[in-house]
Design a protein around this ligand. Structure first.
Ligand code: SF4
Ligand code: SF4
Length: 285
């Protein structure tokens, strides 16, 4: 059986298992295990059924090697309520079959209008009971804890309960194009994040994955797709051809070891210098 066929079988099985069930959790753990130990054996497919809504770049931690670069490239930018409503409108018009919608960031509890966002998603959840609504938080500090305690039970809260900004992470800011062995890789391939976490929406549009959107925020390629109708595998792979060149997660395809200290390669140093002098202006969604 070819890798492609194995991939198709794996994805079909995944679709057949209902989310939020014991079997789903077991399947996810098995998959994570395989991804961890045999990443080269996978043909990653962009997951167009799950989406991370990166609703804010605010964060109260600023971790080393953060996959949104909120520490090394701070900003106070949020997805507006109007943009969220547009996302829900597009979803309804296209009958887009989301299996999960995840509120992410930065730290999503620091979005100034989180309550209203949750309200809008409540209406969506009423009509789409099978779609899991999630919120991922660092769980750090009183303010975040307070907001988390007010999140309704139909939202699955995933708190990483961070107590510091040092963790074992992929070297996100160490661009593969700065490492000779990866320089000529097929960047359209993407990595496990594209399949595991799904696509993303930021204030600048849709991306094949959230870390890719964060690359764009700092480097300023302005590749965000401005309509859900444009979100297709070919368009996402086109984004990867540019974004994965700079995203350190790509190296995970080759089991590059994770790091604790901040790792920043030449391309990122250059982009961050420019970012400090003048932030790129990207078009809005
Ligand atoms: S808590 Fe999350 S978003 Fe915030 S800096 Fe750490 S990794 Fe990045
Ligand atoms: S390498 Fe980075 S930008 Fe490319 S798919 Fe993976 S997480 Fe996304």
């Amino acid at each position: 059986m070819t890798l492609h066929k194995v991939g198709r079988l794996r994805r079909a099985l995944k679709r057949a298992i209902r989310p939020e069930t014991f079997l789903h959790r077991v399947a996810e753990s098995a998959q994570r295990c395989l991804w961890r130990y045999a990443p080269r054996c996978f043909d990653w497919r962009p997951n167009l059924e799950s989406i991370d809504l990166d609703i804010t770049t605010r964060c109260n931690l600023g971790c080393f090697n953060c996959s949104r670069s909120v520490g090394v490239a701070p900003a106070d930018e949020s997805l507006s309520l109007a943009q969220l409503e547009r996302f829900l409108r597009e979803t309804a018009e296209l009958s887009w079959p989301w299996r999960s919608i995840t509120l992410a960031g930065g730290e999503p509890t620091l979005h100034p209008e989180l309550g209203k966002i949750v309200e809008r998603l409540a209406a969506y959840k009423r009509d789409h009971a099978d779609c899991e609504i999630r919120l991922v938080s660092n769980g750090h500090g009183m303010r975040v804890q307070e907001v988390l305690s007010s999140i309704p039970r139909w939202v699955t809260v995933k708190s990483s309960a961070k107590s510091s900004n040092r963790h074992v992470f992929h070297s996100y800011n160490l661009a593969p194009i700065d490492v000779p062995r990866y320089r000529n890789a097929d960047f359209r391939r993407g990595c496990f994040v594209a399949e595991y976490c799904g696509v993303a929406l930021t204030r600048n549009g849709y991306y094949g994955c959230a870390p890719g959107g964060a690359v764009d925020r700092v480097f300023g390629f302005d590749l965000g797709l401005k309509s859900l109708a444009l979100l297709r595998e070919a368009a996402v792979r086109e984004q990867f051809a540019t974004l994965c060149r700079c995203c350190g997660h790509f190296k995970y395809n080759y089991r590059e070891p994770q790091v604790v200290e901040q790792a920043t390669s030449a391309s990122w140093q250059d982009a961050l210098e420019k970012y400090k002098r003048k932030r790129p202006v990207l078009t809005l969604y």
